[in-house]
Write a protein that binds this ligand. Structure first.
Ligand SMILES: *[C@@H]1O[C@H](CO)[C@@H](O)[C@H](O)[C@H]1NC(C)=O
Ligand SMILES: *[C@@H]1O[C@H](CO)[C@@H](O)[C@H](O)[C@H]1NC(C)=O
Ligand SMILES: *[C@@H]1O[C@H](CO)[C@@H](O)[C@H](O)[C@H]1NC(C)=O
Length: 804
């Protein structure tokens, strides 16, 4: 009694085996346990399973597909993650296909994976009711058929209902017919007339079996009540009702009205409708009006949930004669889903030195609708240096278009907008906060191009001199500035023994006490270095100027301090008032006012006889010298500088009023060194005379030369050369024009030549202004032939210091 109709099932199997190009296809029986390996896409794609995690491999469900399997990133296998029932997943569809996308990043790769769920025989055939009531007139003739309906098996193909069998009985046999849609239905065939008087009721067992292995079956009990006649069954106006229903149709919407007519009259012609077969899902959404056959919406219709419903409707007349028709509802899509934007990966924060064109993120856009409603446009709204580049399918890369500088913009707010092409269009947006991370790309920059600092000499060690400061706009340690000195030498001494710098604050301290007379300024390079890796640095020159303090008392060069040698000036007897008799020469190692010397006679043998120039130190006769004046004259002269407080020194000058050495009988008395022999004295005096003559001669030549020049008179009447042997050892200029020369030695000049020479100290001692370096240079150039004879004390420093 088993009616097998194999050909449609074979056809379906052939369809299922047809693979589409490029897709990875796997098939798996339904109801497999969690962890069951469906296939290994990694192996099939020749991917190295080890790279899967780093490439962020994952399985994205495509569209509305339900989750069923997932990727095991350890092995690359596709495994069952949520065991599922084919009938639950795909309903009555013949092909149960779950579509996935295998997504890999770096670079982005996309592979379609299709999993076909194969049917297993897990459902038994089932009748719509396990009790079938038939009322059969006793007049029914042999061969009359009675519709029993169809058993339903949720499985497919071989696993669906394959045949019916009827329990042993004396009246009926079974006939299996085929519906227009391929289903098998059963009919009772009356083999032997009924006799109501003999049997009022007949009970039969109808069994439906499927073709699975093992076989499953369902049974219904048929109660036949023997009656009088009902000749016609209701007939539907059409065998299949096919309608389209837009999704989201409101409750109460009439989907379709089925209609069947029965030719019988009265109760035998009253038609009642009911669903004879429908899925649970459909039962929740549709209702059938028993009387008028209207099918209405009673639940939510969602295209994305289910787009196809198939139901069977039975029409029965009052006495149970029935027939059925099929209702197919195809749900049409309405643009009711806005696109979904998913950020799949994002480099956040990204470094500021990123190259334009770099991909900083991947965005996936999905729309659950179909057709036009699924087409999505995607773009970035703001005016930011990013754009979306369409990548594979519905993936976009976020590309940076220009270089960025964290020191100008440290983050970006980006809004990605997705708009679908339905009418009306739906859109959605997603905001991303992208930060820029720092790269050490700015060196520290000093606030000034160079620094100058003044420091008074004799400072305390540790005194702060000045501070330098550099800025670095980078972040944290890349912008943290540390200061240090570049090692160098000043006068052969490492600079670090003069000053030190605080690495954090940039404050420069003196390490030792400075001496202006040793050096007046020095330069040092300070480096500001940030803490980046590698660090960036810049440097600046700091000039330290040491300013003078009056810490040196005047030093008298001529006459030499007592006790050294015989220092006696000869004054001609006939000297007139105002004639120059001698000159005191003193120097002061300080500069400016601190070295501006003034001379004063503090004690003299004859107070009215001699006077001294306040600043020139020239000793002149105050009146004509007469015979009556004492031959020996002693003067005590004090030399004082102009510092605050002033320092001074004194010396004694011995004068001998005489024209002839022979006239000096008491010379011996005058000498302070009694031990000197007479011969020595004479020798010295002879030497003095010769030297005086020579000096006079030189000065004459000088005078002649100076007369031909214009200006120099302002500074000089004659030049005096002071031999370096008389200079204090430290008395040397560190820098500038006043370099001392020591190539000439004029000992003889000074010890003897004072009588006729016009001693003039260089400008700064006579004039109130101190010549600048330039002035001095020019003077020297003008006196080129004598340059080496000149002793210049002028400082090269600026005037400001002098005006102090
Ligand atoms: C950017 O977004 C952040 C929040 O993510 C907000 O605090 C900030 O104000 C936004 N900036 C601008 C310029 O819109
Ligand atoms: C500093 O810059 C370097 C690159 O030059 C970068 O790797 C580091 O993260 C930056 N540090 C900070 C605190 O931003
Ligand atoms: C100081 O900076 C200049 C350029 O600004 C560079 O050439 C020089 O090497 C730097 N000196 C030191 C010691 O870093």
């Amino acid at each position: 009694m088993r009616g097998l109709s194999k050909s449609p099932i074979c056809f379906i199997l052939i369809l299922a085996l047809h693979l589409s190009n490029g897709d990875l296809r796997y098939s798996v029986p339904e109801e497999m346990k969690r962890g069951y390996v469906v296939g290994n896409p990694a192996k099939d794609l020749r991917l190295d399973a080890k790279t899967l995690v780093s490439r962020n491999a994952r399985l994205d469900a495509d569209g509305v597909s339900k989750r069923f399997s997932e990727l095991d990133t350890r092995t690359g296998a596709l495994i069952v993650s949520e065991p599922g029932d084919r009938e639950e997943l795909c309903g009555s569809r013949q092909m149960c296909l779950l579509k996935y996308e295998l997504v890999l990043e770096k670079p982005l790769e996309l592979h379609s994976v299709v999993v076909q769920i194969q049917d297993i025989n897990d459902n038994a055939p089932q009748f719509s009711s396990d009790k079938i009531k038939l009322e059969i007139s006793e007049s029914a003739v042999k061969g009359t058929t009675f519709f029993l309906g169809e058993a339903h098996d949720a499985d497919l193909g071989q696993n669906a209902v394959q045949g019916y069998s009827l329990g042993r009985n004396g009246h009926f046999s079974l006939h299996v017919g085929t519906n227009s849609d391929g289903g098998n239905y059963a009919e009772l065939v009356l083999d032997k007339e009924l006799d109501r008087e003999k049997e009022q009721e007949v009970t039969l067992f109808l069994t439906a079996t499927d073709g699975g292995d093992p076989e499953r079956s369902g049974t219904a009990v048929i109660h036949v009540t023997v009656l009088d006649a009902n000749d016609n069954s209701p007939v539907f106006t059409q065998p299949v009702y096919k309608v389209n229903l837009p999704e989201n149709a409101p409750m109460g919407t009439v989907v379709v009205s089925v209609n069947a007519t029965d030719a019988d009259a009265g109760v035998n012609g009253e038609v009642m409708y009911e669903f004879s077969r429908m899925s649970d899902k459909a039962a929740r959404i549709f209702s059938l009006d028993k009387l008028n056959g209207e099918i209405k919406v009673t639940g939510p219709v969602d295209f994305e949930e289910e787009s196809y419903y198939e139901m069977r409707v039975q029409a029965k007349d009052g006495l149970g004669s029935a027939s059925d028709a099929k209702v197919v509802v195809e749900v049409t899509d309405v643009n009711d889903n806005s696109p979904k934007i998913v950020i799949k990966s994002l480099i956040n924060p990204f470094p500021e030195n990123v190259i334009p064109g770099t991909e900083v993120g991947i965005v996936n856009v999905q729309d659950e609708d179909s057709g036009q409603n699924r087409q999505v446009r995607c773009f970035i709204q703001e005016n930011v240096p990013f754009k979306l580049n369409p990548s594979i399918k519905n993936y976009y890369s976020i590309i940076i278009t220009t270089g960025v500088d964290r020191e100008i913009v440290s983050y970006f707010n980006i809004t990605i907008i997705a708009v679908d092409e339905g009418t009306p269009a739906l859109s959605s947006s997603k905001s991303i906060h992208l930060s820029v991370s720092d790269v050490n790309d700015n060196p520290p920059v000093f606030e000034k191009i160079d620094y100058g600092a003044y420091m008074t000499e004799n400072n305390k060690p540790g005194t702060s001199i000045c501070s330098v400061s550099a800025r670095d706009p980078d972040w944290r340690q890349n912008g943290t500035v540390l200061y240090s000195l570049v090692s160098s030498e000043v006068n052969g001494v490492p600079v670090s023994s003069f000053i030190s710098i605080n690495a954090d604050t940039g404050v420069i301290h003196a390490v030792r006490s400075f001496d202006y007379e040793q050096f007046r300024n020095f330069k040092v390079q300070v480096v500001a270095r940030d803490n980046g890796s590698p660090p960036l640095s810049s440097n600046v020159t700091v000039s330290v100027f040491i300013t003078d303090e009056n810490d040196n008392s005047p030093q008298i060069l001529y006459p030499a301090p007592e006790g050294k040698s015989l220092m006696t000036e000869m004054v001609p007897k006939a000297s007139l008032s105002g004639s120059l008799v001698s000159k005191v020469i003193a120097v002061d190692a300080d500069s400016g006012q601190n070295a501006w010397l003034s001379y004063q006679i503090v004690k003299s043998t004859d107070p009215g006889l001699f006077t001294i120039g306040l600043h020139s130190g020239e000793i002149r006769a105050l009146r004509d010298i007469t015979e009556s004046d004492s031959m020996k004259q002693n003067l005590v002269i004090s030399v004082k500088d102009n510092g605050q407080p002033p320092l001074s020194a004194t010396c004694s000058v011995y004068l001998l009023i005489s024209d002839n050495l022979a006239e000096v009988p008491e010379l011996k008395d005058m000498t302070y060194e009694e031990s000197n022999s007479k011969l020595t004295s004479y020798l010295i005096i002879a030497l003095v005379s010769v030297s005086t003559f020579f000096l006079t001669f030189i000065i004459l030549i000088l005078a002649v030369r100076f007369c031909h020049k214009r200006k120099p008179r302002l500074l000089f009447d004659g030049a005096v050369a002071i031999p370096s042997a008389y200079l204090p050892p430290n008395y040397a200029e560190v820098e500038g024009a006043g370099t001392l020369r020591s190539s000439y030695n004029y000992d003889t000049y000074l010890t003897t030549g004072s009588r006729t020479s016009d001693f003039k100290f260089v400008a700064s001692y006579n004039e109130n202004t101190l010549p600048s370096t330039h002035t001095l240079n020019r003077i020297q150039n003008q006196f080129d032939p004598f340059e080496e004879n000149l002793f210049t004390v002028a400082s090269s420093d600026s005037k400001s210091r002098f005006k102090r």
